[in-house]
Every structure is written in C-alpha cells, then in structure tokens.
Design a protein. Structure first.
Length: 277
C-alpha cells in the first residue's frame, strides 16, 4: 500500500518519519508538496491508497470527500482521506488524537482533589462533607480556531467539557477576542494553544495566573517554534507544580497512531513510532 502527506509547505514535517517507522518498510509514505490542492488530489486518486492532509488544505479535503466521518461532519474539516469501494472517505485524526489526550488528562483532573479554598461549603452547608459536591466539568480554553482548533473544540464538547474559544477573527458570538487571553487562561483548567505564533498577551501572565494548587494542563499544537518557551514553562512550574505542558510532538504522535490504524487496519507499533518524537 502507498500513502502520503499533502500540504504546503511540508518539508519540515515529522509525519514521514513517524509513518515510515511504523510501516517498517512494508508500506510507502511520500511527501506531496504543492500549493495546488487540485493537483495533489488528482495524484492521490491516481497513485495512493490514502493521504494525510495538512495546512492549508483541510477544508478543501473535507469538500472533496464522497463520504464523511461523523467527526468531519461536526468540524467541517478533514486531514485524512482514504480510498474505499464506495468513494473517498474523510476522517479527522486531529480530533481523534486530541480526544485521546483529553480523556487521559480528564481522568487526572477527576483524581486530583480540589483545593479547599475553591471547594469550601457555604455557611448553610455546615456539616456537609467538604468534597461531597460533584466536580464541575473541566473548563477548556481553545486559543486559535484553525483546523486543529476546531477539532480540539469539538473533542472537548463531545466529552462534556466547558469550551471557551479565543481567536483573532470574531465571526460569531461564541468567540472571544485574543485581548482577553490572560483572564481566560487564569480561569481555564485546560489550555489548547493552536496559533502558529506567540501572542503578546502571553507576556502579561503573572504567577497568579498559573493557579497554584490546582491542575493547569496545556497542550500546544506547534512543535517547531512553540509559544510556551523554556522561560515561561520554568516560571509556570515554579508557580504551580501541578501544571503540566504537552508539546505538539505528542499531539502529532497521537494523531499519527490513529491515522496508522485507519490507513492499514492494523494496530500501530507505539514504541517504533514514539521513538521518532
């Protein structure tokens, strides 16, 4: 079988190394780099069994597909296309990968006792056990609503989490201006940062915004030039030892693992693929 990655630019991508390690010489994986999606799509139809699709073509891939997975219908974007007897089927492995991460960290939030200050019962509830109230759903802050951001927002909603979205472009009432980043970061349990660049508001974060004593879980999509640099992460860990940062390489690995299984119908070799990250 023959697979590949469509996008522009993609020379920097780690996807070939991940998939080739998993395939161990049994299948082929190529870069299909061009600014012309139609040209790349025609090559896929002629030569390949399936392709990953990255920026800036995820919405075009969604529109090209004959069959849409349920997550693609909800997100409006696709990053994986597979030829089937019924036509080209679209999936979103960004969604499937971030879903794996969110499920894992949500379990961690459930196991972490809330801080007494935030969970002390009101005067009328004296005599009631301090932690008897049900935990509220985690509050998830999505920063940047590109393809990966849309996938992350839909995954969080599907798990019953409270979702807040910050974006440069405000095109509906659910989106919050980037200028409110600090306030929303402070209130969030989980932050998923999808922008390709660091926003100035990140420099305004104080130690108080890392919320000592409470879990603060961060996932960033960009693995080439992360906005959460070493200086910021060191300050965060000092202010709040419960804070955790997960870089974009892990998200890439998780979506590659789910993509491998969709492409081949086989369970991926986690150790071989994770060794590339």
């Amino acid at each position: 079988m023959k697979f590949g990655l469509i996008g522009h630019p993609i020379a920097h991508s780690l996807s070939p190394a991940l998939f080739r390690a998993g395939y161990d010489g049994r299948y082929q994986y190529d870069l299909i780099e061009t600014p012309d999606f139609e040209q790349a799509y025609e090559r896929f139809i002629r030569e390949y069994d399936g392709v990953n699709v990255t920026a800036p073509f995820k919405e075009l891939a969604f529109r090209k597909a004959d069959i849409l997975s349920e997550e693609c219908r909800r997100i409006g974007a696709a990053n994986l296309l597979i030829k089937t007897p019924e036509g080209v089927k679209a999936y979103n492995s960004d969604y499937r990968g971030v879903m794996l991460w969110l499920r894992e960290v949500a379990e961690g939030l459930k196991r972490t006792p809330p801080t007494p200050s935030s969970w002390a019962p009101p005067p009328a509830a004296r005599g009631v056990a301090r932690f008897s109230a049900p935990l509220p759903p985690p509050r998830v802050l999505i920063v940047g609503l590109g393809g990966a951001g849309k996938a992350a927002a839909e995954a969080a909603r599907s798990l019953g989490m409270e979702v807040r979205i910050l974006n440069r472009t405000i095109y509906n009432n659910d989106i919050i201006p980037l200028g409110e980043f600090r306030e929303e970061f402070h209130k969030a349990d989980i932050v998923i940062y999808n922008l390709p660049v660091r926003i100035p508001q990140m420099d305004e974060l104080s130690d108080e915004d890392f919320c000592a004593g409470q879990p603060k879980l961060i996932l960033e999509a960009n693995y080439r030039n992360p906005s959460f640099d070493e200086e910021l992460l060191t300050r965060m860990k000092k202010a709040n030892p419960l804070a955790r940062y997960t870089g974009g390489r892990t998200w890439l690995l998780l979506q590659a693992l789910t993509g491998y299984e969709l492409f081949t119908g086989e369970k991926p070799d986690f150790s071989r693929m994770s060794a590339q990250i």
